[in-house]
Unconditional design. Structure first.
Length: 178
């Protein structure tokens, strides 16, 4: 019975709405320029919730961004609630007026992104290190569908939808501050 209930919840979660560039922009006068927002030092606070809404992990990340006119380099240093640390270094390249590509260790292939008005969509597949119950770290291959909204000149909200084998497993909420 629990298995059937879990399968029904997973199916329901897969049917929930997600952002789209077809959605009306809530603030069409505000323009997100990724290279401007992420150039410099930032701090972000976030958490991962599973599809049932249970918070599984929280973190603080400091980010040092450097825009050299052609590429945006982001050095992200994560500290998780259990004291674990992780570093991810992204290299992003602007491929058009509103499009981006990027790479980072663990990312499969190339991440792609698009800006529109005050929002940015970033999609990629990654081998993500995840702590196991026995204290070891296992690697899960997941896909991220990140949506970011510029809320003010110094604040950006990110909601990332996470899938494994094409099934929603949860989402990550992050608040970035300059």
């Amino acid at each position: 019975m629990r298995l059937i209930f879990a399968m029904c919840l997973t199916l329901l979660a897969a049917c929930t709405g997600k952002p789209s560039f077809q959605d009306a922009s809530l603030d069409p006068d505000r323009k997100l320029n990724l290279e401007e927002f992420f150039d410099g030092e930032l701090v972000a606070y976030g958490q991962f919730q599973d599809v049932l809404g249970t918070v599984r992990r929280s973190f603080v990340v400091t980010i040092n961004g450097d825009w050299d006119g052609q590429r945006l380099r982001l050095v992200e240093d994560f500290i998780y609630e259990d004291g674990a640390t992780e570093q991810r270094i992204w290299t992003l390249t602007k491929t058009g007026p509103d499009t981006w590509q990027g790479t980072a260790p663990g990312v499969i292939g190339t991440a792609t992104g698009q800006e529109q008005d005050n929002r940015f969509n970033w999609q990629y597949e990654i081998d993500l290190p995840v702590p196991a119950a026995d204290g070891t770290v296992e690697t899960l291959r997941v896909t991220f569908d990140d949506w970011m909204w510029l809320l003010s000149d110094d604040r950006l909200l990110n909601r990332a939808y996470v899938k494994r084998f094409g099934v929603d497993i949860g989402d990550v909420i992050i608040s970035f501050e300059k």
